[in-house]
Write a protein of this length. Structure first.
Length: 551
C-alpha cells in the first residue's frame, strides 16, 4: 500500500469536437510528467464542454472510444495513470463520464450523477444520470471522482465518503461568471466539511462560443486550507504531493494564486471569449465600425488586447450627421491603439436610398426609417469588407441597448460576435476608465491610454439625425441600468422597482421595451457571458407573450 502520491493536475483548455487534438494534448502533458502517479484533466476533456447536441451523433461516441483506447494503451508503459473526461454509452444510454486509465487499460468508468439543467446548462437534454458512484481503487488508493455538478451538491460526495473514498478529485467545466470563483470555493468548503476528505477542484480554461472558463482550480485539505490555487484563465499543470497520515491523505502546500478584481476579471473574460472565438473559427482578424463613441472604442480596445493591433481593422463611415468631434475621436482612438483606420463616407449610399425610395415614400416626412437606413448602410459596408477580405465583423452593442432594443436590426446589430453584449452601459464607462489606466495581464495591446478622455465624458449619441442624444429617448444610463438590473437580473416587478423610488411611467416604459425587444435579441450575435442572466444562454424568454407585471 502506497503512502505517497504525486498527482499532476492539468488546468487545460479544450477544443470542442477535436477529439484527436484533445487526446494528443493530454498525451503530451503526460509525457512531460512521467514522475507523477496520476495525471488528471477537467470534465469532458476529450470531447470539449459544453458539448450541446454534438454528442447526439453516434459517430462521435465511436471516435471517443477509439481515442480513449489509444490513450489507455499508452499507459502500459508504467508511467502515470490518467483521469480523462469523456462520453460513455451503456445500455444504449449516453453518460457524461470519467475514465481512469492505467497499466494499458481503462480500469474504471465513473458516470456523472447530478446533471445541471439551469442557466447555461442543458445536460439532461443529452445525458442520462448515472447511479450514485463509489470510489475507484487506483494503485491501492480509493479515489472519489465527483464530476463537476456532483461536487456542487452534497449527495455524491457523501456517498463517496461513506463508501470509503480517501481523496476527492472533481473534474469541472465550470463557466465564468462574475464572482463565481468565490462560489467554487464555497462549494468546496461545503463538501470538505461534510466528508472530512481533501478535495481537488480541477476546472477548464478558454472560450467556447458564449461561455468562457476561468480555471481557478484548487486543492483543499480537510482543515479547509487551500494547499494549491491555480491562476485564472491560464493553462497550467501543477504536480501535487500527497502523503497518507494517521488522519488520512494530505496535500503538501504549494502556490496559491490571488484573483483579479471585478473590472480586471470582466475585461479578461472578454479577451478570452473573443480570442478563442476568432482563432478557433479561423478568422484572420476582425473589422468594426469606429464611430468616435465609447462602445466601439472599448470593443476595439478589447479586440486589440485579444488579437493584436495588426488583426483589428477599424472603419469610420461618416454621414452628414457625424460631428467633427466624432471624426477626431475615432482617429485618436485608432492612433492610440495602433490599428488601421479607413474612412468610407456613406452620403452617396444615403442619397441613393432616398432616390430609390422616394416614389414610395412620397408625402411622408423623414423619420426612423431614414435613420435606420444609415445604420444598415454601415452594416452592409462592413459585411462587404468581411466578405472581400475575411475578417469577422465585431458587433458593438451593450446590454443596456440590447435590453431596450436601442439598436437597428440588420444595421449596427450585424456581426458575428459581441464583447459588450452582457455588460451594461455604466460598466462600459467603468471598463473604459479602467483600461485607460491599466494594462490587462492577458492583453497584447497598447500601454497607456486606449481612447481619448472625451470619448468617456461626452454624452452618448447614435448620430442618426441632427443633435441626437441617447438620453432623448432613454432615461440617464445610471437610472436605466439600475432599473434593468432589477427587471433582468433579479426578475423583479414594476411595483418592486417603483417602490425603490423610480418614476412609475419610466419603469413601465422600460418593462415594455424590454419585452418588445425580445425579437431583436433572438436575432443578435452571440457574445461573452459575464453575469448570471446573459441574454440567449441564461435568460430565455418567449418573443410572443402577453404577460406584464402591471397592466
Ligand atoms: N415582434 C417582432 N418580430 C419580428 N420583427 C419585428 C417585431 N417587432 C418589430 N419588428 C420589426 O422590427 C422593425 C423595427 O426595428 P428596427 O428596424 O431596428 O427599428 P427601431 O427599433 O424602430 O429603431 C431602432 C432604434 O435604435 C436606435 N439606435 C439605432 C442604431 C444605433 C443606436 C445606438 O445608439 O447604438 C441606436 C434608434 O435611434 C432607434 O431608436 C419593424 O419595422 C419590424 O420590421
Ligand atoms: N460614423 C460611424 N462610423 C463608423 N461606425 C459607426 C458610425 N456610427 C455608428 N457606427 C457603428 O455602429 C455602432 C452603433 O453606434 P451608434 O453611434 O449608433 O451608437 P452607440 O451604441 O453609442 O455606439 P458608440 O458608442 O460606439 O458610438 C457603433 O458602435 C459603430 O460600430
Ligand atoms: N459542468 C457542470 O456540471 C457545472 C455546474 C456547476 N454548478 C457550475 O456552475 O459551474
Amino acid at each position: 500500500m502506497t503512502d505517497r502520491l504525486k498527482i499532476a493536475l492539468a488546468q487545460f483548455s479544450q477544443n470542442v469536437g477535436d477529439l484527436r487534438g484533445n487526446a494528443d494534448a493530454m498525451l503530451v502533458a503526460r509525457s512531460k510528467h512521467m514522475g507523477a502517479d496520476l495525471i488528471a484533466f477537467p470534465e469532458l476533456q476529450l470531447i470539449g464542454y459544453p458539448t450541446e447536441d454534438l454528442v447526439l451523433k453516434p459517430a462521435l461516441h465511436a471516435e471517443a472510444e477509439a481515442e480513449l483506447q489509444r490513450m489507455a494503451k499508452v499507459t502500459a508503459d508504467g508511467g502515470p495513470g490518467m483521469l480523462v473526461g469523456t462520453t460513455h454509452v451503456r445500455d444504449r444510454l449516453l453518460y457524461n463520464a470519467v475514465a481512469v486509465l492505467d497499466g494499458g487499460e481503462v480500469i474504471a468508468t465513473v458516470l456523472k450523477h447530478e446533471l445541471p439543467n439551469y442557466g447555461v446548462f442543458d445536460e439532461k437534454r443529452v445525458f442520462a444520470s448515472g447511479p450514485l458512484p463509489g470510489p475507484v481503487n487506483f494503485r491501492g488508493v480509493r479515489i472519489g471522482i465527483p464530476i463537476c455538478e456532483d461536487m456542487w451538491l452534497s449527495p455524491v460526495c457523501e456517498c463517496l465518503a461513506e463508501t470509503g473514498a480517501e481523496i476527492l478529485i472533481s473534474p469541472n467545466a465550470s463557466p465564468y461568471e462574475l464572482g463565481k470563483d468565490d462560489r467554487r470555493l464555497s462549494a468546496g468548503v461545503g463538501r470538505v466539511t461534510e466528508t472530512g476528505l481533501p478535495l481537488v477542484m480541477l476546472n477548464r480554461v478558454g472560450g467556447q462560443d458564449e461561455v468562457v472558463f476561468d480555471g481557478t482550480s484548487y486543492v483543499m485539505n480537510p482543515d479547509r486550507s487551500l494547499a494549491v490555487g491555480f491562476r485564472e484563465w491560464d493553462e497550467q499543470i501543477i504536480v501535487t504531493d500527497w502523503t497518507r497520515t494517521a488522519d488520512g491523505w494530505r496535500c503538501a502546500p504549494g502556490e496559491v494564486a490571488t484573483h483579479d478584481d471585478d473590472l480586471t476579471s470582466i475585461y479578461h473574460a472578454m479577451i478570452v471569449g473573443l480570442r478563442d472565438y476568432v482563432t478557433r473559427n479561423r478568422f484572420p482578424g476582425v473589422v468594426l465600425g469606429l464611430s468616435g463613441g465609447i462602445d466601439s472604442a472599448l470593443s476595439a480596445a478589447v479586440a486589440v488586447d485579444a488579437l493584436g493591433a495588426d488583426k483589428v481593422w477599424c472603419v469610420m463611415m461618416p454621414s452628414r450627421f457625424t460631428s467633427q468631434e466624432s471624426l477626431d475621436d475615432a482617429a485618436e482612438c485608432a492612433r492610440l491603439l495602433g490599428v488601421r483606420l479607413d474612412s468610407v463616407p456613406i452620403g452617396a449610399a444615403m442619397d441613393a436610398f432616398d432616390g430609390m425610395l422616394s416614389p414610395l415614400f412620397e408625402g411622408r416626412g423623414r423619420d426612423i426609417a431614414e435613420e435606420n437606413i444609415q445604420s444598415r448602410i454601415r452594416g452592409v459596408t462592413l459585411m462587404a469588407l468581411s466578405n472581400k477580405f475575411g475578417p469577422m465583423l465585431l458587433t458593438t452593442g451593450n446590454k443596456s441597448e440590447m435590453s431596450v432594443g436601442y439598436a437597428t436590426i440588420y444595421g449596427d446589430m450585424a456581426g458575428g460576435y459581441s464583447v459588450l453584449k452582457d455588460v451594461y452601459k455604466t460598466t462600459v464607462f467603468e471598463l473604459s476608465r479602467w483600461r485607460n489606466a491599466n494594462l490587462p495581464r492577458l492583453g497584447v495591446g497598447a500601454t497607456g491610454l486606449v481612447m481619448p478622455e472625451r470619448v468617456i465624458t461626452k454624452p452618448p449619441s447614435a448620430e442618426l439625425r441632427d443633435n441626437q442624444k441617447d438620453q432623448d429617448s432613454l432615461p440617464p444610463y445610471d437610472d436605466l441600468d439600475a432599473i434593468l438590473l432589477d427587471l433582468v437580473e433579479h426578475e423583479r416587478s414594476v411595483e418592486d422597482v417603483v417602490a425603490k423610488g423610480f418614476d412609475r411611467e419610466t419603469v413601465v416604459k422600460i418593462e415594455r421595451l424590454l419585452h418588445v425587444a425580445e425579437y431583436k435579441r433572438r436575432q443578435a450575435p452571440p457574445g461573452v457571458k459575464i453575469g448570471r442572466r446573459s441574454f440567449g444562454r441564461d435568460r430565455r424568454y418567449p418573443i410572443t407573450h402577453a404577460f406584464r407585471t402591471v397592466r
